[in-house]
Design a protein around this ligand. Sequence first.
Ligand code: SAM
Ligand code: DTB
Ligand code: SF4
Length: 321
Amino acid sequence: MSNSTIRHDWQTDEVLALYALPFNDLLFKAQTVHRENFNPNEIQISSLLSIKTGSCSEDCGYCPQSARYDSGLKPEPLMPICDVLDAAQQAKSQGATRFCMGAAWRKPKDSDIERVVEMVQGVKALGMETCVTLGMLTDEQTARLKDGGLDYYNHNLDTSEDYYSEVITTRTYQDRLDTLERVRNSGINVCCGGIVGMGESDLDRANLLIQLANMPQHPESVPVNMLVQVEGTPLMGTEQLDPLMFVRTIAVAKIMMPKSRIRLSAGRNEMSDEMQALCFFAGANSIFYGDKLLTTDNPMTNHDLQLFDRLGLKSAGSSYA
Ligand code: SAM
Ligand code: DTB
Ligand code: SF4
């Protein structure tokens, strides 16, 4: 069997066995799979913008945007389109090829979707790829986003089905899977991953990856976030995950989903350059770039550009350039 066989039948025991490999063996295997599918010196660069901030009705234990927690965040309504396009133009001029717009909604209203479609069309006209993350969608809303030209929809499973209810109680794992199925069926590319460092077990991390890899089609983009601990949220103070376990998670994700882009996502501001280099070696080949994620800090663009230079990494470019 080739290293890069696309499988949808991963079993718990074999995923735990990958995790348990000696670190060098695991990284060698992941890098081998990665090279069979991608140029190992190219990364895809996405920038994020929070187009609607805070006052969210959900209780996601990690999130500073939930109305239930006092994180000190100032809520902001849906941004005017011209401001969104200014931010997209700035991200493009700094080197991003995809612009990801996030809204703190449980689910959008139909009127919200119309405004988001205008944003998507404006960003595409700048020559960038588009991604939005808006919460749960109906069939009609998904079709409208597809017709409007959206390239990617981000909707994370966040963790294993078992651990999910420890983190979120206001919507179910099945709700997440239903939206993901709608997005997949509509023909929009799927961006779906999770967060580690939330106090989950090794088994939870393995089961999250099994959920992702055993979907009928692997997500094109798989963000692996390290929890950003925010004061006021329930997960503040969670024991830090061993950074090498984070690197292992990237490597196992790469082996299980060889043709997917694994994104080194939230948490980079708290990672050393050397840890990020290990993540790129393990098969991560996409990042969020720009001084801010949605509401928390990300490494400064100058620092990232220097890191790319030191590592000989180049932008993978945009299919629209
Ligand atoms: N409200 C929509 C939803 O939850 O689907 C879209 C925006 S939500 C902020 C997008 C994703 O950001 C979440 O699913 C979660 O994976 C990630 N996220 C939020 N807060 C985070 C944190 N403190 N650390 C790491 N990832 C986080
Ligand atoms: C994803 O997986 N991570 C991004 C994006 N998709 C929307 C969000 C990270 C948010 C980190 C906390 C914040 O800045 O609010
Ligand atoms: Fe709301 Fe999304 Fe934050 Fe959950 S992750 S509280 S749904 S903004």
